[in-house]
Write a protein of this length. Structure first.
Length: 332
């Protein structure tokens, strides 16, 4: 099975939208609020009445448990993205990136879908647009900066602010290497689990240590990892889980972790995200991972670059957790 393409831009539509986005001059890495204002004023109006605007108006009403994924094809991205180093890709991006087509498209999508973007202190030092890009210091971690695979997880499973949606757009592919982002829908996972297993998963017999980015980011969450249920955290069908990190605190709980993992892998759908490919997902309705199955050119693998956003329904819902003085950067 595959996640079907929900909307595909024509070549003419892509060229038009890229041209509009290339005119955006405010860097989101220096002035995010100014960037958003420019996109709202100069990009959103020309999209009024287009096929894409109509699609988003319809899609935002069905994006959830029954249909957790949105897949778009032939999206506009930067025509000449800068070359980033393996040692300091985030700093290089901020210094060298002078066009913001990918970022502008992700923001445009969020606006049309009525999603609100926000950032984390420990992820790219508070950049709203996160880079899924290998980095030497974190190459062996379980984070978006790893060079290898990343276990199945819900984003920010043990953070006090967990996104409602996360959206990913490919800028540079992995070249000749085979790297898939795999998605498992909660509805498929839960349909395959026995009722007794789900009952145990709904009990507070599990613990998930903080993720690698949070642990090495330098900003504490101000709370230790607490026991929690895997099933039912942010709604009755939510799975709060990170493979190889979440563990049961009793023998029966650990057995259900192992059973859950077997099902998650059995129902997964791989997506080979290339430049211009977009996948949006409801964070409370799926788990996802990254699988590196073939490595033929290590330098091309190091150059794989996706941009990701975390979003919620309103800033009011996360305001108690924001860095003092910040409009949208979450503590920790």
């Amino acid at each position: 099975m595959d996640i079907p393409v929900s909307f595909a831009f024509s070549e003419e539509e892509t060229a038009f939208l890229r041209a509009v986005l290339l005119k955006v001059g405010t860097s989101p890495y220096r002035d995010y609020e100014g960037f958003e204002q420019e996109v709202r004023e100069s990009v959103v109006p020309p999209l009024t009445g287009t096929r894409f605007a109509a699609y988003c108006a319809e899609a935002r009403n069905v994006h959830g448990f029954e249909q957790p994924f949105v897949r778009l094809a032939n999206c506009p991205v930067d025509p000449q993205p800068p070359t980033l180093s393996f040692d300091s890709p985030v700093a290089d991006k901020r210094r060298l990136k002078t066009t913001f087509v990918a970022e502008g498209f992700l923001l445009l999508y969020a606006i049309l879908m009525e999603q609100v973007l926000y950032a984390y202190q420990n992820t790219n030092d508070g950049d709203v647009f996160q880079d899924i890009r290998p980095m030497r210091e974190l190459a062996d971690s379980q984070s978006q900066k790893t060079l290898r695979g990343l276990s199945f997880h819900k984003d920010d499973a043990n953070h006090y602010v967990r996104p409602l949606w996360f959206n990913i757009l490919g800028i540079q592919s992995a070249g000749v290497n085979v790297v898939n982002t795999c998605y498992s829908a909660n509805k498929d996972i839960l349909a395959a689990l026995p009722q007794d297993t789900k009952k145990i998963l709904a009990s507070p017999e599990f613990i998930t240590p903080h993720d690698d980015l949070t642990s090495v980011g330098g900003h504490d969450l101000a709370e230790e990892a607490q026991r929690h249920p895997v099933l039912g955290g942010d709604g009755p069908t939510d799975l709060r889980f990170f493979e190889n990190r979440t563990r049961g605190t009793s023998p029966r709980a650990q057995e259900t972790v192992d059973e859950l993992l077997r099902v998650v892998h059995a129902v997964k759908t791989p997506v080979h995200i290339q430049s211009g490919d977009f996948v949006g997902a409801a964070n409370n309705a799926c788990l996802h991972n990254r699988e590196v199955s073939e490595i033929e050119d290590l330098e091309q693998l190091r150059g794989r670059w996706l941009v990701k956003t975390a979003s919620t329904d309103s800033l009011d819902s996360i305001r108690p957790y924001l860095v003092p003085g910040s409009m949208r950067v979450v503590k920790g």
